[in-house]
Write a protein that binds this ligand. Structure first.
Ligand SMILES: *[C@@H]1O[C@H](CO)[C@@H](O)[C@H](O)[C@H]1NC(C)=O
Ligand SMILES: *[C@@H]1O[C@H](CO)[C@@H](O)[C@H](O)[C@H]1NC(C)=O
Ligand SMILES: *[C@@H]1O[C@H](CO)[C@@H](O)[C@H](O)[C@H]1NC(C)=O
Ligand SMILES: *[C@@H]1O[C@H](CO)[C@@H](O)[C@H](O)[C@H]1NC(C)=O
Ligand SMILES: *[C@@H]1O[C@H](CO)[C@@H](O)[C@H](O)[C@H]1NC(C)=O
Length: 615
């Protein structure tokens, strides 16, 4: 179970997939989506009585608190204002509510930097006024939210510049930013529909844009450094165009220098004094930038509240982490609690966080609730067994924390993310990186890891049990790392059925049975996913979207049009087409639906190695 850690990446990527996928489809029930969203919230007492698994959130007789649906039972709005909520906002999970247009979280106690609401690209209204949100809002935050009409961010602690991307919101009607700590100029907003604005009580500077003059003085009050005719304060620096420009940039250079000096001073000081803390801050900054660049998709940056949730619930001591692998250093519970963390996702088995520790190591913390059927001793033995594994294609756990009602398992964070993300996430970047050579390397690495697991855990009903592209992480040079393996013995039957991909194999669907050949089926799906670049419908519970890659491969082989299947990104590598076809045949053999006729793992690996020996 240890290794389930990264399991959670996949959910997010799955949702990313939904975003970019043209056909609307629902993979898991709305009830489950909302419950996953609720899981990371705290103080949800007003929700608890109506938000019940298995019931329809839109059912008129038993409507879920705060949920508004249209007459086709599509969720349109979440009205969760003023109900005392706090905790982590898992925006990603909401992406699958495709009809969602209004999110109202006003007057609660949320804090931290702004969650990734930009991922809900169809929102029309976003109310988060009256919380404790802080920090800067990225300049391009609104650039993918072209439908926004109402933005209420007032009465928080937002700072930094007001995002320029507001200017691009064609339909903007209401903009409330009052009572924050915004600095810098007001962007030039010239939307014809703009009806209400409020910038009062911030620390805004400079000339009020001409386009906003029609709003008079009231919405700009409480900003001593704003100037312009409408508030009767002349702008000092605007004497003559050229000069002001010059002095303006000089001012910024000076400010820049001061900031740099301050940073140097702080860093220098911290070296001596509070080394750990500052390093941590810096690391999180670096990470923030990184996340911003390659996968802003997955970051809901917040503080590590859910572990605290564990503590406050039980009221007991958290105990400590048991480090089972000290290659990345020794760390303890306090390090985790202190670390800035971001939610990676939240799935059937629990939620996952990324945390940057004081020693600079980034880890993924997976929180498991009620999943474990072992007592502490057996759990310990199991995790230690996983931690002893040394294989270049397998990621081991570093540490765990055990309490009866909750377990945390810690593994190293792999920045590049999962194969699922690289194949289907952010198309431009991902595809460019995965040429045919890299894809073969990934298939080989996965095969090698599976070979190892099938000998190491030969006695298990299913040695890996959860092989899918979200559980294959890629190192910087595209070496695959398997996670989430050997999980089967820790789960009770119903959980295993729900959470392990091996249970999506035909034999499991038919008679709830898994065998080592179920892993072969999963391997086949991976191979076909890599070859076709398509998102396998097998990963979704109702299989209504994505591509049935197995079916596709089989019929293509039958109809002799194999080359049509190859992902466009690699089909240009003509010299390799023959090899691709061979892999396609292996993928098809692995996904043979008749369990008895399916090749076994030994044979699958033999065939893969046979091809690559000829490379
Ligand atoms: C939030 O509080 C403000 C001020 O008290 C109030 O005007 C507004 O209606 C509230 N909004 C919600 C959604 O509770
Ligand atoms: C929890 O919610 C209740 C209302 O449901 C509210 O009165 C209380 O202040 C909240 N607690 C916290 C810590 O925000
Ligand atoms: C803007 O907000 C301030 C502070 O809450 C309030 O006094 C003022 O009336 C508001 N103005 C408008 C136009 O909404
Ligand atoms: C398996 O675990 C889940 C979650 O703890 C529980 O709800 C369910 O009743 C368990 N099922 C069995 C058969 O023990
Ligand atoms: C394929 O990609 C890898 C890693 O990005 C690179 O090193 C290699 O040169 C590429 N090969 C070809 C044929 O483009």
């Amino acid at each position: 179970m240890a290794v389930v850690l990264f399991q959670l990446h996949h959910l997010i990527f799955l949702f990313v997939f939904f975003l970019s996928h043209p056909t609307p489809c629902v993979s898991i029930g709305d009830d489950q989506v909302l419950l996953e969203f609720k899981e990371l919230l705290l103080n949800t007492s007003l929700l608890d009585s109506s938000w019940k698994k298995g019931t329809n959130p839109c059912d008129n007789n038993n409507k879920w608190f705060g949920v508004q649906c249209d007459n086709k039972n599509v969720i349109q709005a979440l009205f969760l204002g003023g109900v005392g909520l706090l905790g982590n906002l898992d925006v990603d999970v909401l992406i699958s509510l495709q009809g969602l247009r209004v999110v109202n979280l006003a007057n609660n106690s949320f804090s931290g930097t702004i969650p990734d609401f930009f991922r809900l690209g169809a929102l029309k209204s976003l109310f988060i006024d009256g919380n404790q949100f802080s920090g800067d809002i990225p300049g391009d935050f609104f650039s993918k939210m072209g439908s926004l009409r109402k933005i209420w961010f007032s009465r928080n602690k937002f700072s930094g510049k007001i995002p320029d991307s507001l200017a691009g919101l064609k339909y903007l009607l209401e903009l409330h930013l009052e009572n924050n700590e915004f600095t810098g100029p007001i962007p030039s907003l010239s939307q014809a529909n703009l009806a209400t604005i409020n910038f009062s009580n911030n620390k805004l500077q400079g000339l009020i844009p001409q386009s906003l003059s029609k709003f008079g003085l009231n919405p700009f009050q409480g900003n001593p450094d704003l100037c312009g005719n409408q508030i009767g304060r002349a702008c000092k620096a605007v004497a003559s165009g050229e000069k002001s420009e010059g002095s303006g940039s000089t001012k910024w250079i000076i400010i820049g220098l001061v900031v740099v000096l301050l940073l140097v001073a702080i860093l220098f000081k911290s070296k001596r004094k509070d080394d750990q803390f500052e390093k941590l801050e810096k690391e999180s900054l670096d990470e923030a930038v990184k996340v911003h660049l390659n996968k802003r998709s997955m970051s809901t940056r917040t503080s590590m509240r859910s572990s605290r949730k564990g503590r406050s619930r039980s009221g007991s001591d958290m105990g400590d982490l048991v480090v089972v692998n000290d290659e990345k250093g020794i760390f303890g519970m306090p390090d985790l609690m202190k670390a800035a963390a971001e939610v990676l996702g939240n799935g059937g088995l629990g939620s996952a966080y990324k945390a940057v520790l004081g020693n600079g190591v980034s880890v993924v913390v997976k929180r498991l609730t009620e999943t474990n059927k072992f007592n502490k001793e057996s759990f310990d033995a199991e995790i230690r067994r996983l931690a002893r594994i040394r294989h270049r294609n397998i990621l081991q756990p570093l540490a765990y924390h055990y309490r009866k009602e909750e377990q945390l398992v810690v593994s190293e964070y792999i920045p590049k993310g999962s194969l699922l993300f690289l194949l289907h996430g952010d198309r431009g970047i991902a595809h460019a990186q995965l040429n045919w050579t890299s894809r073969v390397k990934i298939i080989l690495g996965v095969a090698s890891g599976m070979k190892f697991l099938h000998s190491e855990f030969a006695s298990y009903d299913v040695p890996h049990g959860n092989l899918k592209s979200s559980n294959i992480l890629l190192s910087a040079n595209n070496e695959p790392l398997l996670t989430d393996y050997a999980f089967y013995p820790l789960l009770n039957d119903s959980q295993a059925v729900q959470s392990l991909f091996a249970y999506k194999s035909p034999e499991a669907i038919l008679n709830q049975q898994v065998t080592p050949k179920s892993d072969v089926y999963c391997l086949g799906i991976i191979i076909l996913e890599i070859l076709t670049g398509k998102f396998p419908s097998q990963y979704l519970s109702n299989q209504k979207c994505g591509t049935d890659v197995a079916q596709w491969a089989w019929s293509a082989i039958e109809e002799n049009r194999v080359s049509e299947l190859i992902a466009p990104e690699i089909e240009t590598e003509k010299d390799s087409l023959e090899m691709m076809e061979k892999f396609l045949h292996i993928g098809a053999a692995c996904t043979e639906s008749d369990h008895d006729n399916r090749i076994d793992m030994k044979e699958a690996i033999r065939r893969i190695e046979e091809i690559t020996n000829l490379m």
